[in-house]
Design a protein around this ligand. Structure first.
Ligand code: ZN
Ligand code: ZN
Length: 343
């Protein structure tokens, strides 16, 4: 299958041709390089549930044929006329956001992830990272610290920034307790970042088998999500819970553990039975809020913080050609904890 009528070198990708379909090999013409863009030859691309949501058009913004992939690492091969700070051959990484309008109030204040045109900011537009090459706005292509493995960087660009941003933004100058709800692709990184940032970390999971690993990642405590007795003893004690779980968790008991003015921060698109007690929320001035990836400045900070503190996701490497098998593993919640596809 090919797209476009141009001549010359085609890009080899993997696309879903229609809603919910398996990916098939798909060739297309290289998108035109705008003045601020770079073209990047892709060596690694992570896979996460966001790609599955895209294939299923769960956000209502997918255009088919759809080439997923938004945790991209590779080398710069071509630069637009206005690009500064990068050169051919540089190793760079690109997360979900591949561009922004650079002119709305959020972009101007340095919070590009909140751009008013965010639905069109995906690096996977027009075609994503399950490809041999991609072009994005160079201002969203981040130099990877030397010494950091490309597959590690790929995962940090999505899961890493998603957990680092709320942990870093809510840090205060006093001892703080954070609960990481869910020990999966996001959670296992959140534990590492929270520990390195100096939080007292409690991992909360519905899988007893994840206890040793959670403690190994740096959690100070481990609580089973259905252990109501232990959670009730922790009434009003957590500054924040980072909610990364997919499955149903006793939300009412969880919210009772949040201290005055504390927060529950959602970072995945998990379906949760949001049943909370308005009385508690009001009396303790608690918040339930969300957090989405992070700004360009936060991304740069996160990459160097991760390198400095040796923070590493647990990764399964698979060849790009096995993308459908990889998607199946993610759908079945079998990836431990993240899969990176290698070209
Ligand atoms: Zn992702
Ligand atoms: Zn904007």
């Amino acid at each position: 299958m090919t797209a476009g009528g141009g001549t010359g070198h085609k890009i080899a990708g993997h696309a879903a041709l229609s809603l919910g379909q398996k990916l098939v090999p798909f060739e297309y013409d290289p998108p035109e390089l705008k003045e601020n863009d770079v073209r990047v030859d892709i060596t690694h691309c992570g896979l996460c549930y966001t790609d599955v949501h895209g294939i299923n058009d769960d956000y209502g913004i997918t255009k088919f044929p759809f080439v997923p992939g938004h945790e991209i690492v590779g080398h710069v091969t071509e630069l637009g006329s206005a690009v500064t700070g990068l050169k051919k051959g540089d190793r760079v990484g690109i997360g979900w956001q591949g561009r922004s309008c650079m002119s709305c109030e959020w972009c101007l204040s340095g919070e590009e992830q909140l751009c008013k045109k965010v639905a069109h900011n995906g690096a996977w537009e027009p075609y994503g990272g399950f490809s041999s090459s991609i072009s994005v706005d160079s201002r969203f292509a981040y130099p990877i610290p030397s010494g950091m493995h490309s597959e590690v960087a790929a995962v940090l660009l999505c899961a890493g920034i998603s957990v680092y941003n709320p942990l870093r933004s809510n840090l205060a100058n006093r001892p703080m307790k954070v609960g990481i709800v869910g020990v999966g692709g996001l959670g296992h990184l959140a534990i590492q970042f929270a520990h390195a940032l100096g939080y007292e970390v409690t991992a909360i999971s519905s899988s007893p088998g994840k206890k040793d690993e959670a403690l190994g990642f740096g959690a100070d405590h481990f609580i089973l999500a259905n252990d109501r007795e232990t959670l009730q003893k922790l009434e009003l004690s957590f500054d924040m819970h980072l909610y990364t779980a997919h499955g149903a968790i006793d939300w009412t008991t969880l919210s009772l553990t949040v201290r005055n003015k504390g927060k529950i921060v959602m970072i995945g698109f998990s379906e949760v039975p949001v049943k909370f007690e308005p009385l508690e929320l009001v009396v303790h001035q608690q918040s339930i809020t969300g957090s989405f990836i992070g700004s360009r400045a936060m991304m740069r900070e996160m990459l160097s913080f991760a390198q400095e503190h040796g923070i590493k996701p647990k990764i399964e490497l698979m060849p790009m050609a096995q993308v459908n098998e990889a998607i199946q593993r993610v759908k079945e919640n079998k990836a431990r904890y993240r899969i990176v596809l290698v070209n």
